[in-house]
Every structure is written in C-alpha cells, then in structure tokens.
Ligand binder design. Structure first.
Ligand code: OAD
Length: 239
C-alpha cells in the first residue's frame, strides 16, 4: 500500500462494500470457501420463481440466515467506517450486504443495493415492516392475512430499487475517493458501479485479499482483510 494514502486527504468518500466486509464478523460470504452458494442453490431459495413455487422453503433459508447474522456483531472495519462518517466532511456507505451490520455499527444513510434481511413486505397488499425476529414464525401477511410475507431482498433476476440506484450513482459521481471492500465484483449491475467514480476522476482503492475482474480499474490495491485495510487507511483518524 502507498504510504501516502490517508483517508483524511479526501473530501467526499464512498465506501462500497460486499460480503467480505462482514466475513470477519462471522457472516459467510456467497462465493469461495464456505460460501453460501456452495451449500444452497439460489434457484431454490433466492429468486422470485422459488418464492412463488415454495415460499416455506424460501423462508426456511432466510430464517437460517437471520439466525446466523443475529449472532454476529459489527467488526472493527464497520466501526472504522462509522468513525469516518463522524470525523470527515462527507462519507457515504453503499453496500450489497443485507445483514444490517453497518447500521448496527452506527453508520447512517446506508444505501442498500440488495435490500435488507430485516425488512419484510406483502406483494399482495403493500404492507411492510422492519422485523428483527430470528426466526420469523408468522409467515402470512398480518394485514391481508392471505399472502406470504416476502423478504425485503433483491433476489437474482429482480430489478434494483430505482431511487437507490440514483442516489448511489450521484454519490459515486461526486466522490473523490471510492473504497471498495470485500466484493467479488461478479454480480451486476453492482459490480460495475465503482466505475462511475472512476469516470468522475475519483481515486479508487480496492480492499480484498484476492483479485477481482475489475481490479485493473483501481489505483490502489490493499491485498488484505477489511479490518486490516481499513485500519491502515484510517490510521490518522481520532480514536
Ligand atoms: P462474494 O461472496 O461474491 O465475494 C466476497 C469477496 O470478499 C471475495 O472477493 C473475497 O475475496 C472477499 N473477502 C473474503 N474475506 C474477506 C475479508 N476478510 N476482507 C475483505 N475481503 C474479503 O460477495 P459479494 O461480492 O458481496 O446478492 O456478492 C455480491 C452479491 O452476490 C451479493 O450481494 C448477493 C450475492 O449473490 C444477492 O443476494 C442479490
């Protein structure tokens, strides 16, 4: 890593995070060793077709994930990002994660590209709520009483929320530092979003122990974990 790289030298910072951000909290990643998609087929548990075919199984999968994540706490990396938000003029957090750990660490205005494990809604009547139960036992909508509650997650094949995309694009276009952390950059459209920051002239930093398909677009590569990379980048912040 460049010795000169110090987060305090930038005015408008965007952190762009993926599953590797939460790996050190104990939340499994999706791909690689121990990845969720090695044990589960997303076509049976993380797409609209699966939900329409077998909502109880889809809920079993999401309750399993709720159970896992509810035992996990934010790690030092999440905490350092929150500290950046508290000490620097403009810091946005954009995440593909659904685990809510940025918010649990105190980060605010987190933009969740792939939704949240902790929100549920009803496609039939529009009812929605935040629900941190692990597991959710009452699976039917309490408002219309008929349809199954739907996890508030952007599944494979779903469009991303338009308003979230717009806000993410604006933050990326305006930033002067983009720090991507722990994403394999293989799921679109999220994978290519950091390139918006590049086109806007920002400095791009990738924190990931491994190369990704868009590593070439980054100016700096910290081939280490989220906590170690962030600790180095944020070393100059007040404790
Ligand atoms: P992946 O599981 O695809 O990739 C995790 C990345 O984190 C890999 O590049 C690892 O090298 C890296 N990594 C592992 N441990 C790390 C650590 N301690 N510190 C830093 N990096 C580490 O996860 P995502 O890229 O987030 O979408 O996956 C993108 C999307 O695919 C997810 O949001 C999810 C999934 O299917 C949906 O469910 C819609």
């Amino acid at each position: 890593m460049s010795a000169a790289l110090d987060i305090r030298d930038f005015e408008r910072v965007v952190f762009f995070t993926g599953a590797g951000m939460s790996a050190e909290s104990g939340v499994p990643t999706y791909r690689g060793k121990g990845g969720i998609w090695k044990s589960y087929d997303y076509q049976n548990c993380a797409c609209q077709e699966a939900f329409e075919r077998d909502p109880e199984y889809v809920w079993e999968f999401h309750n399993y994930r709720r159970g896992l994540v509810s035992k996990c706490a934010p790690n030092l990396g999440h905490q350092l990002i929150t500290r950046c938000q508290q000490q620097l003029p403009s810091v946005r957090v954009v995440t593909q994660n659904i685990d809510g750990l940025h918010q649990a660490a105190g980060s605010v205005d987190v933009l969740e590209l792939h939704g949240s494990l902790w929100r549920v809604h009803c496609e039939a009547c529009g009812w929605s709520e935040e629900d941190h139960a692990a597991p959710v036992l009452a699976l039917r909508c309490p408002a219309c009483g008929d349809a199954y509650k739907r996890p508030g997650i952007v599944w494979f094949g779903d469009p991303l929320n338009e308003a979230v995309i717009r806000e993410v694009a604006d933050a990326l276009a305006a930033c002067d530092l983009l720090v991507s952390i722990g994403t394999s950059a293989v799921v679109y459209p999220a994978a290519q979003m950091p390139l918006i920051a590049k086109r806007g002239g920002a400095t791009l930093v990738e924190i990931n122990p491994e190369d990704t398909p868009i590593s070439h677009a980054y100016d700096h590569h910290l081939r280490t974990t989220a906590t170690e990379g962030l600790a180095a980048l944020c070393a100059g912040l007040d404790p």
